[in-house]
Design a protein around this ligand. Structure first.
Ligand code: ATP
Length: 316
């Protein structure tokens, strides 16, 4: 049965963070076609901002920070924000349109789950706009239907991801970290990177993926050098085969103030772990001077998707 909740005027704005993978273990292909994953996620301080308002139809607009290209962002029903609004409405049997505005601060197709952030933000924003009060567990389940990285965008912090990444278990860690994020002017398709991974491992029997103990121990003790040494990503060789030019940038991991470097998720964004904000700013400046970029500095861990502004008022 469908229902039309009372019209609510006003807007709801939600921010959601980018994710990075401190470790990404890729295992055998499961019966549903997805690889089994074991990953340590961290939410970092690059955000997308989603604003929703009541409307007759579902529609969306997207704009971006000047450094980002919107070329790969669909503006039709395939946009994950639109899918999120429709999924939540269908789940509750709600008949209501919504106008969605996305402000992107997370690189598109950059291996930092910007689309997933928009999916999580839209779920939360529409839940608030429509006054649904969906229990957290249900929201997380809907998020997992939208995409493997979407539940983590709701949870944030530092967490273990298992299954295909959608099963998220918060990880107890201490302290915070500073990351230099080296973006690429051109994105990389996640399916293409997995295809390359499959080519590289053709005929090999993959082990069940694991989280390295050294990493969880280093995170518990806030040992920045040990976290840097434990960064790992099974997708990195595949991403580097598709973008060999990233290798040179990654090799600057030996430079002053950098404790470790790794490709973010399926790439092409690269991450450099620094000991302090000051180190991150100077590493970023040195990269920019070398003509690399765009480059930004981001702290982690940060919170998951959250309502940052709401002017919603019920109207009879
Ligand atoms: P993945 O989450 O698949 O690992 P990614 O983190 O590398 O991907 P995203 O920015 O999430 O990159 O975009 C992946 C693809 O999702 C884009 O190429 C685009 O076609 C599609 N997409 C759908 N909705 C959005 C959105 N709101 N923002 C960005 N991309 C979107």
């Amino acid at each position: 049965m469908t229902r039309r909740p009372a019209r609510r005027s006003g807007t709801v704005t939600v921010t959601a963070p980018a994710k990075i993978n401190l470790s990404l273990g890729v295992g055998p292909v499961r019966s549903d076609g997805f690889h089994a994953l074991a990953t340590v996620y961290q939410a970092v301080g690059l955000h997308d901002r989603v604003t929703v308002r009541d409307a007759e139809e579902v529609s969306m607009t997207v704009r971006a920070a000047a450094r980002l290209s919107l070329e790969d962002v669909p503006t039709d029903g395939s946009n994950i924000a639109v899918r999120a609004a429709l999924l939540l409405a269908e789940h509750h049997g709600v008949e209501r349109g919504v106008g969605i505005e996305i402000d992107k601060g997370i690189p598109v197709a950059g291996g930092m789950a910007g689309g997933s952030a928009d999916g999580a933000a839209t779920l939360l924003a529409c839940d608030h706009l429509w006054g649904l009060q969906t229990p957290r567990e249900e929201l997380l389940e809907l998020a997992g239907v939208l995409g493997s990285d979407v539940p983590f965008a709701l949870v944030g912090g530092t967490a273990i991801g298992s299954g295909r990444g959608e099963v998220v278990t918060p990880l107890l860690t201490r302290g915070s970290y500073w990351w230099v994020v080296l973006e690429s002017p051109r994105g990389l398709s996640t399916p293409a990177v997995y295809r390359e991974f499959d080519v590289l491992h053709a005929g090999a029997e993959l082990d069940a993926p694991e989280i390295p103990d050294e990493l969880t121990q280093a995170l518990r003790g806030h040992d920045v050098a040990a976290v840097g040494a434990a960064l790992c990503n099974d997708l990195q060789p595949a991403a580097l085969r598709l973008r060999p030019e990233l290798l040179e940038a990654l090799s600057s991991s030996g430079s002053d103030g950098v404790h470790g470097a790794v490709v973010s998720g399926s790439g092409p964004s690269c991450l450099f772990l620094c000991g302090s904000r000051r180190d991150a700013v100077s590493v970023a400046a040195a990269m920019t001077a070398r003509g690399l970029g765009p480059v930004s500095c981001a702290p982690g861990p940060v919170a998951g998707a959250r309502v940052v502004a709401s002017t919603v008022a019920g109207v009879r």
